[in-house]
Design a protein around this ligand. Structure first.
Ligand code: PLP
Length: 396
């Protein structure tokens, strides 16, 4: 019998929607011109590129000149951070948080090694940075603030608009503007993003997180921002991201963002109900679990749970054997030792953090899939606990 498959790892990546695939198809063959070519084929692609740019601009409340297509979310983050600092052409201070994705965190670590000073803001137990802490951290030589919108492990939403409002006041009395970048990779498609309301200078998103294709991202750069390219080789994307544009995937990203916005409330309702059903089921059926992060100030699609006396990796493997795909809340998943830097920053005990699992939902998930997960999970947890010396010790 074929193994049943349940995909609960939608924060890692999502299935591409059929409507998106349909929209992309003609740009692989047929309308495959290079958007920089002057002939019919090139013009076809250029027009698709322009349409996609206008569509994304409209959805983010930006203008088309402020939208730059990139190769992924990681690249968008890197262009934002290094591009702003390169344009400054001097060393200075950067403010970020302890819970950033590695695309930002490792960029900041790298910058520290090359002479920049970095402040890593703490978060509270729900994974949220404090605006007061932010205000206190600004220095005379601060050049850049980079704080994510929604966290990828626990879903915690950061007070981006509030920080931007404080930064606006600070910028009014300074010579060097402090630029504000947000990594919105995990909020795009789950919240209606409005760069004017968020009041950021730079914002990064990635197609594959909202049922679009992999290998394509967007960087919004507010008009008038002083930014330099970090790679060289052509005039594409206003010279900020040289390289022949991936037209099919760009078209797909724009369509996916459009669809996710059109269906946002309905999708979020489905996803919220699924997550709450799973959460309630886990709390009812399995003893000694900890829910990491708050549901209130968070996107709806993530449930991060620690199962006492169990290693997250072991649980992930056992669930995979039964067809359920999840992710660990620990950094081990990305080839690192030790518990997740996000849970650590939230004050979660190391042992508890080692037992963390991230369930992340998408609009394709069903009630029946949650029922199956709730049938399998308690058995797997009990089985692993029977083999756990820590659990046995607890029970004597
Ligand atoms: N930022 C966040 C918050 C993410 O969750 C991810 C991917 O997991 C990225 C950046 C990187 O995006 P990409 O996979 O498109 O490089």
């Amino acid at each position: 019998m074929e193994q049943k498959r349940v995909y609960l790892d939608n924060s890692a990546t999502t299935a591409v929607d059929m409507e998106v695939i349909k929209e992309m198809q003609s740009y692989f063959s047929g309308a495959y011109g290079n958007a920089s070519s002057f002939h019919h084929f090139g013009r076809q692609s250029k027009s698709a590129l322009d349409n996609a740019r206008s569509k994304v601009a409209l959805l983010l409340n930006a203008s088309p000149e402020e939208i730059f297509f990139t190769g992924c979310g990681t690249e968008s983050d890197n262009i934002a951070i290094f591009g702003i600092l390169n344009a400054y052409g001097k060393k200075g201070h950067i403010i970020t948080s302890k819970i950033e994705h590695h695309a930002v965190l490792y960029s900041c670590k790298h910058l520290e090694k090359s002479g920049y000073e970095v402040t890593y803001l703490d978060v509270d137990k729900d994974g949220v940075v404090s605006v007061e802490d932010f205000k206190k951290s600004v220095k005379d030589d601060t050049l850049l603030v980079t704080i994510m919108h929604a966290n990828n492990e626990v879903g915690a939403l950061q007070p981006i608009a509030e920080i931007a409002a404080e930064l606006k006041k600070i910028n009014e009395i300074r010579k060097d503007r402090v630029y504000f970048h947000t990594d919105a990779v995990q909020s795009a498609g789950k919240l209606r993003l409005d760069v004017k309301k968020l009041n950021v200078d730079l914002l990064a998103i990635s197609g594959h997180k909202f049922n679009g294709p992999k290998g394509v991202g967007v960087l919004y750069v507010r008009g008038g921002t002083n930014i330099s390219p970090i790679t060289f080789g052509g005039h594409h994307e206003g010279g900020l991201r040289p390289g022949t544009e991936n037209v099919a995937c760009i078209v797909g990203l724009a369509k996916a963002l459009e669809l996710s916005n059109v269906n946002l409330e309905a999708n979020n309702k489905t996803i919220f109900n699924l997550r709450e059903k799973l959460k309630k089921g886990i709390l009812d059926k399995i003893p000694e679990v900890t829910i990491n992060g708050s549901g209130n100030k968070a996107v709806d699609n993530i449930l991060n749970v620690s199962f006492n006396c169990i290693e997250g990796e072991a649980l992930l493997l056992m669930l995979d054997m039964r067809g359920i795909a999840v992710s660990t809340g620990s950094a081990c998943a990305s080839g690192e030792d030790g518990p997740s830097h996000v849970l650590k920053a939230m004050g979660v005990d190391d042992v508890v953090a080692q037992g963390a699992i991230r369930f992340s939902f998408g609009h394709n998930n069903t009630q029946e899939e949650v029922d199956y997960t709730l049938e399998v999970l308690p058995k797997v947890v009990s089985g692993l606990r029977l083999m756990s010396p820590a659990w046995k010790q607890k029970k004597v």
